[in-house]
Structure formats: structure tokens, C-alpha cells
Design a protein around this ligand. Structure first.
Ligand SMILES: N[C@@H](CCC(=O)N[C@@H](CS)C(=O)NCC(=O)O)C(=O)O
Length: 234
């Protein structure tokens, strides 16, 4: 990491967004100074609508003038600009790493389908689809602490938010969500105890996510409502 930081970095964020968490972990991992501004996505400020071409967080504003959007691009920019070495330098391995970051994004779509599933049948179908993704991931993991070996990389920042969701889902469902896949479980523990991963969210994240889910009229939403207000019948 360079000791002088040439650019002023502002990350426009949301408290629960998994894509934001990727960028925060990269910044934290490298001790970079940045300002984080969390916005309400249900009531986007006008200045945000002006700045964000896709209306999505995260966006990184560099030196109050250049807007970078898309979490993968933001992470790679930080990696390149600050030489953080969180992607392999060798083109083939780098491409493989980027491909798995895309896989993490596909899993986030599976997670959205899961928590929006309107009834138990659709929930279980979504759960099956997500577990299939995890099984495929297990086959591609090595017996190492992180995805690419002993070093924490951009891939790890992309998967950590997925495991954070799983922690909350297991609590709400009161059962293990993942089958016992040893490499996956080892990786999950290593990711969630990494300080840069912890710093990506507010300590109140589990409750904030539960409240977000409880606002949904979905199968998981109703379970979340029950966990917040156990007396109220579903
Ligand atoms: N491909 C984007 C996805 C970002 C994304 O979907 N962000 C969500 C929040 S997690 C968002 O801002 N959605 C806009 C909205 O809810 O209106 C990335 O990697 O940055």
C-alpha cells in the first residue's frame, strides 16, 4: 500500500447493499481513507440521481469530480490505482478470478429470488438453486484459507456478503442452510472474521436485514416478521 494517498475517495452506499460491501472491504483492507455516505434507496436524493448513471449504489466519487460505478469496476480501480495486488497479475488467472466474481453476482440474484419467494414451495425451489451454486463453488475451492490461496483477494470480498446473508437466514430459519461442505465452511469462517469484511457493515446489520426482510410479504419475510414480533400470528 502506498503511504500517500493522492485521491479523495467518497463511496455512496447503502447499509445493506452486498455490492457496497465489496468496495468497502477493498478500501478497508488497504487502509485507504474514504468517506462513506449511506443513502435511502427507497427515497433516492436528487444529487444521487444526477450522479449515478444506473441509479444504483455503490458509486465511487474520485476527487469530487469523477464518478465510477459498478462494484467490480470500483474494486479494480482501487486495486490498480493503489497497487493493492488483490487480483492476480497473470492474465489467465486474473480472468478466472474475474469470472468467479461474476459467479458471486449470480448468487446474489439467487439470494434475491430466495427472500422474495412468495410461498414455501417457491422458497424451497430457490433454496435448491442456491445450494447447487454452493456445491459448484465447493468443487472449485482449494484447501486454503481464501479462494486463491493464502492471500485475501477481490474474489473474497465478493463472496463475504453472501455468507453474511446466510448467517441471518440460518438464524431466522433456525436450521443450517448450507450442507456440510468442509472447504466452503472453512472459507466462510475465514471471510466473516476478516476485519475488513466486518467493517463493511454496521454492527446492527443482522437486525437491519431482518427488518428489511420483514417488510416483504414473502415466505422469509413472514418468518422475519415473526422473529421481530413473535406474538403476532403469521
Ligand atoms: N451490478 C451492480 C449492482 C449494484 C446494485 O444492484 N445495487 C442495488 C443495491 S444492493 C441498487 O442500488 N439498486 C437500486 C435500487 O434499489 O433502486 C454493481 O455490481 O455495483
Amino acid at each position: 500500500m502506498s503511504t500517500t494517498q493522492p485521491n479523495q475517495l467518497t463511496l455512496i452506499s447503502h447499509k445493506l447493499c452486498p455490492y457496497v460491501q465489496r468496495a468497502v472491504s477493498v478500501l478497508e483492507e488497504n487502509g485507504l481513507a474514504y468517506k462513506r455516505i449511506d443513502i435511502d434507496l427507497a427515497n433516492k436524493p436528487d444529487w444521487f440521481k444526477t450522479l449515478s448513471p444506473l441509479g444504483k449504489v455503490p458509486i465511487l466519487v474520485v476527487d469530487d469530480e469523477t464518478v465510477i460505478f459498478e462494484s467490480a469496476v470500483i474494486s479494480e480501480y482501487i486495486n490498480d490505482a493503489y497497487q493493492t495486488h488483490m487480483l492476480d497479475e497473470q492474465p489467465l488467472e486474473k480472468a478466472r478470478q474475474r469470472a468467479w466474481i461474476e459467479y458471486a453476482s449470480a448468487m446474489l440474484n439467487n439470494i434475491g429470488q430466495l427472500y422474495n419467494a412468495e410461498d414455501e414451495k417457491n422458497f424451497l425451489l430457490a433454496e435448491r438453486a442456491l445450494k447447487d451454486r454452493f456445491s459448484r463453488l465447493e468443487l472449485n475451492l482449494k484447501a486454503t484459507d481464501y479462494f486463491s490461496g493464502a492471500t485475501f483477494s477481490l474474489i473474497d470480498t465478493a463472496f463475504a456478503p453472501i455468507f453474511r446473508y446466510i448467517d441471518v437466514f440460518e438464524k431466522l430459519l433456525d436450521r443450517p442452510f448450507l450442507p456440510h461442505q468442509p472447504r466452503l465452511q472453512h472459507w466462510r469462517q475465514n471471510l466473516l472474521r476478516r476485519p475488513s469484511v466486518k467493517k463493511a457493515v454496521d454492527p446492527a446489520y443482522p437486525m437491519l436485514l431482518t427488518e428489511f426482510l420483514a417488510a416483504k410479504n414473502s415466505y422469509l419475510g413472514k418468518i422475519a416478521q415473526q422473529s421481530i414480533n413473535p406474538r403476532k400470528s403469521a
